[in-house]
Design a protein around this ligand. Sequence first.
Ligand code: GAP
Length: 488
Amino acid sequence: MSDKITTMEKIVSLCKRRGFIFQSSEIYGGIRGFWDYGPLGVELKRNVKETWWREMVTGHDNTAAPPAAPSRFDMVGLESTIIMDPKIWKASGHYDLFYDMFVDCKTCKGRFRADHVATSDCPRKPSKRPGEHDECELTEPREFNLMFKTFVGALIDPTAEAYLRPETAQGMFVNFKNVLSTSRVKVPFGIAQIGKSFRNEITPRNYTFRSREFEQMEMEFFCSPETSQDWYAYWRDRRVEWYVSLGLKSDNLRLREHGPNERAHYSCGTADIEYAYPFLPKGEFGELEGVSHRGDFDLRSHMEGKLIREGDELVVERDEHGQPRHPGSGKDLSYFDDALGAKYVPHVIEPAGGVGRTALALLCEAYDEDAIPDEKGEPQERVVLRLHPRIAPVKAAVFPLVKKDGQPEIAAEIYRALKKRWNVFYDEKGSIGKRYRRQDESGTPFCITVDHQTTEDETVTLRDRDTTEQTRVKIADLESIVAERIGG
Ligand code: GAP
């Protein structure tokens, strides 16, 4: 790969050209921080989510401990609402604490995240950093709550105020007792959720990396206090393996354990799984997923009210009358552990990842340029997305070499047969070389071509995207060969 910035520009251009990602509301000039996923992008994202769901929920074996797990455990899924009772955000701390610091420029009216000033652009020309023009007049940093506010019902007044969730996590904490009493699960168990979250980011940037509307894949794992550190280590390492299994194999992926000063006030351990996105300066990494040991902070907050740290203790924050400043539900969210014969508030391990950031890392990792011989044997430059077959939007493309001699009919039959199982594409227009090239750019791992020999011996060519090698295989064997190469 060549120069970093150029690479990112090329990836953005490919994503537009091939229908992966579009700027939201583009025909009206676009809205910052919002992105639409086109026909290929939506398939890529669905594959990321399905792979995650299978890994965390439906593929989980409740009867035996997976390798390296401290014990067996249960896993279930949940879908909670985007708008919830606003008291939830008060008890969780988001209402008071979920903010970024910003500075305004009184001259150009620009608003910048205080910690991004050194890397932001002043809208004035020539391009400089905010504060660097003689006319710039930056304010002192102030707080800006990132939660999007809305109103529920017909009244537009403070009693009707509600928030679009900034994380899916709270929906799982407040449903802890519901899940426990209805699903026959026992601690240790996890609740997983995939869904939209919203943050009114002050400076959305770096393509889809920092968006205002995005999807999260989060899991809240409830365990006993004694076993919690072992579970934290287990989930942290397992989550890294998941990214590796999707193809993020290079030095671009790393696990970074937070130091005690970097952690949130409730955290007993946090590690970020990070990726060296090409838009970042060399040597810098961006967060793909955070894995946190949250102690009993969340369940206690929703029982007792908003908690603050006093020395080593988390205590309920009180108002001038000695009452909880933001009361919890008052419901008992503790758990009686039959095996231990003891009651406790479960501790929580939370792996929290982003669908968009995973899709973006996979696209960046997969982007490649090489040269392959054309029909005349001349080397031709090509762009290829070397996506793992499991997450490739289209698994196979089926082509008749020519639009005659019964080839389109046979190709359509193969297409229909494979389509029952995978997302498959049919194309009979243009030269075969161009058709291959288009699929290479889309990340399609296999191209199947029907040619004159097919009518003689019922074989087709199967072309591998990465090696461009073509092998002749029987039509009858196609499905099993493709399944084996995709890995299921
Ligand atoms: N419940 C914990 C939580 O939400 P987080 O680190 O703020 O933790 C988890 O978010 C993941 O959600 C991040 O690692 C990232 O993948 C994704 N994410 C967070 N903010 C995002 C944004 N503005 N745009 C895109 N993805 C975002």
